[in-house]
Ligand binder design. Structure first.
Ligand code: TPP
Ligand code: MG
Length: 367
């Protein structure tokens, strides 16, 4: 019996604005001036928040966190395509999108300083808390999408973010399998920033692209320049529109780069070269989008200076508010495990507080 072809599969790469800011007019998405400025401002804000948090952390005034510098377009482009009816499900490197979804700078600061309230967004915001255990948020996203489909929700979907390292976890594969099988409205966005802490992308998977993993689950998969906000918007817009009309999930692989450390407790100089990092700085998503706005005639240095000033003031006001707080409640996480009081949780809370008191005494004894 001769072999016959069952399918013919390929993966495309999408870029609208190249690293020099040159535009492919045929691919240019339709965005209003207001939307373009919103996405640009969100990217600049996130970069500044990152920088301020890093300084504060180095001064002992902020807990550890995962910087997003370099990856702003990969998150802000998709978030721009979302509406408040869509769910935002993320890991720990999506602060730019969280800020676009209504989280305040103060809340971000509170979260990374251990205040539970930094994690509390209004339930109507459809934004899940930060998820640190790698890829565990992906099955949650599919569960939410399943519930949306079950309830017959219209014009809404879930956007789930995770890293390149996250694709090696079973959770990723289980989630994609069921999302495809149930044809639920999810857009999976893999932020391929080339590293999973010190593990490079080529030691993570032998696959030529991460997007091609979509083929196995029979859903559209596309590789996108993740430092191109317009391309990220366009790919997500299309995936969301398909999801809204019952066409099921899509996998988007955003090619980007983590320009700073994994978290503030990591030293990337130990495992990657300065040349590599410098090369990626040339592809910085922010100047690229700025050039596009300037060419469109909707941006100039004067507007930039005003915006920078406004952003600095917003950040400083949040720092001030954070540092005026005196009501840290170490056992606050126990308040939110269940919706109603639970005996076992209360026992654990009592143990925790007793340990804390004991630790305090020992700490005092040791001066
Ligand atoms: C289940 C699990 N295993 C290990 C870790 C420790 N850890 C935190 S981030 C990370 C690497 C994640 O890499 P990637 O998915 O590429 O995301 P990135 O940090 O690059 O954004 C690891 C191993 C964790 N948080 N959760
Ligand atoms: Mg990574």
């Amino acid at each position: 019996m001769p072999l016959h072809e069952i399918g013919n599969y390929s993966i495309s790469f999408l870029q609208v604005l190249d690293e020099h800011g040159n535009l492919d007019e045929e691919l240019e998405p339709e965005l209003s001036e207001e939307q373009l400025i919103r996405v640009y401002r969100s990217m600049v804000l996130a970069r500044e928040v990152d920088q301020r948090m890093l300084n504060l952390q180095r001064q002992g005034r902020m807990g550890t966190f995962a910087p997003c510098t370099g990856q702003e377009a990969a998150v802000c482009g998709p978030t721009l395509a979302m509406t408040p009816k869509d769910w935002f499900v993320c890991s720990f490197r999506e602060t730019p999108g969280r800020l676009m979804r209504g989280e305040t700078i103060l809340q971000t600061f509170l979260y990374y300083n251990g205040y539970e309230e930094g994690n509390l967004l209004p339930p109507a915001s459809r934004t899940l808390p930060v998820s640190v255990p790698v890829s565990t948020q992906i099955p949650h996203a599919v569960g939410i999408a399943y519930a949306m489909k079950y309830r017959g929700e219209k014009d809404s979907a879930v956007v789930a973010f995770f890293g390149d390292g996250g694709t090696s976890q079973g959770d990723f594969h289980e989630a994609l399998n069921f999302a495809s099988l149930w044809r639920v409205p999810v857009v999976f966005i893999c932020q391929n920033n080339q590293w999973a802490i010190s593990v490079p992308r080529n030691k993570q998977s032998h696959s030529k692209t991460l997007a091609q993993k979509a083929i196995a689950y029979d859903m559209p998969g596309i590789q996108v320049d993740g430092n191109d906000a317009l391309a990220m918007y366009k790919a997500t817009r299309e995936a969301l529109d398909n999801a809204y009309v019952g066409e099921g999930p899509t996998l988007i692989e955003a090619i980007t780069y983590r320009l700073l450390m994994h978290t503030t407790s990591d030293d990337p100089k130990k495992y990657r070269s300065e040349e590599e990092v410098q090369e990626w700085w040339q592809r910085d998503p922010i100047p690229r989008l700025k050039r596009y706005l300037e060419r469109k005639g909707i941006w100039n240095e004067l507007i930039q200076a005003e915006m920078d000033d406004e952003i600095k003031k917003e950040i400083e006001a949040a720092v001030k508010e954070l540092e005026q707080k005196t009501d840290f409640k170490p056992d606050a996480p126990f308040d939110h495990v269940f919706g109603t009081p639970h005996q076992e949780i209360e026992e654990q809370r009592a143990d925790f507080l007793a340990n804390l008191a004991e630790f305090g005494k020992k700490g005092a004894a040791h001066g």
